[in-house]
Design a protein around this ligand. Sequence first.
Ligand code: SF4
Ligand code: SF4
Length: 363
Amino acid sequence: MIYRNYGRSGLKTAAIGFGGMRFENPHDIDASAETVLHAFDKGITYFDTAPGYCDDKSEFIMGRAVAEMKKSGRPFTLSTKSSKSDGSVLREELERSLERLGVDCIDFYNCWYVLTMEDWEGRKRGGAVDAILKAKEEGLIKHAVFSTHLGGADIRRVIEEGYFEGVTLGYSVMNSAYRQEGIEAAAENGMGAVIMNPLGGGLITGSGDALDFLKVRPEQTLLESAIHFLLNDERISTFLVGFRNKDDVDSAVAAVESFRPYTAEETAKLTKSITEDFNSLCTSCRYCDVCPEEIHVWAFQEVWNHLKLTGSTDGLANRLKYHWSADLTELERCTSCGACEAACTQKLPILDRFAQLEKELKS
Ligand code: SF4
Ligand code: SF4
């Protein structure tokens, strides 16, 4: 296993973390806890869960595993979260999480799922941030952190307000241009950076050979190329993989163990692929964020990537809504002015893709 620093906290975490949102059969608490314990035996030390994950069973599963992990005497860390803006409701959720997990203190408590800057202001106004900091003072939380789908520049703004010690952000070889600045800001401020969606929501490994250009070495699988991209960046503390079962753990751990740092030439090759070889795909660079009608142009193009690579509309409306705070009705405001196409770094036919998405999602 590879271990990385969690910012300047002095804590080390395994470079791959356990995302507790995809258990194969979450209603079987004991069998699911066995998957967690298997990961712990393989050297994984960071375990992430949340109220509501897996029919609200995930925290119970982690709690069952925690009881066993404590007996081992080996170190591990737990992360859970609340998306509530109201401080007193957040406090109730925190106390429930402590009970479910069977611990007196949660290592990482996330101000969860900060989606927009308005949302962030609401978390402060509603008392959620104060409640997290108070719980830290009381010793119920070790590290106050936040998780977000904001873009890199907004992540920097939240980081620089100074409330938190770490950030959990969606980041992968597919969207690195869009959130790179968030990773930079975390490193500059001595904060840990935990990655969610390291496989682009399954897109990278589920895309057949369309993304083969992301392989830096001929022997790499796509899974390895996605994971090695993250491992090559030492500012990243850990990345979370949603494990369904022990086999998922084994293949991800094997991909970590096959990592050898990239040479300068290999890094340059990958950077070139990310910026030039996406061909017809959107790189989420967000240079098209110029729309006078305030349409989330990049969000529709990222969702179009999923349509193109998977051939399926499954989950795409939810992706628009929950990842990007966007919805299809926005496209009715488009005046076809062309400003977004003129600004696009990939010179993509954005308007044609809007039309295609509208047709596919409405049908
Ligand atoms: S073409 Fe439509 S989406 Fe693009 S900038 Fe103009 S109004 Fe916005
Ligand atoms: S549509 Fe073009 S400019 Fe906009 S995010 Fe995608 S690649 Fe970047």
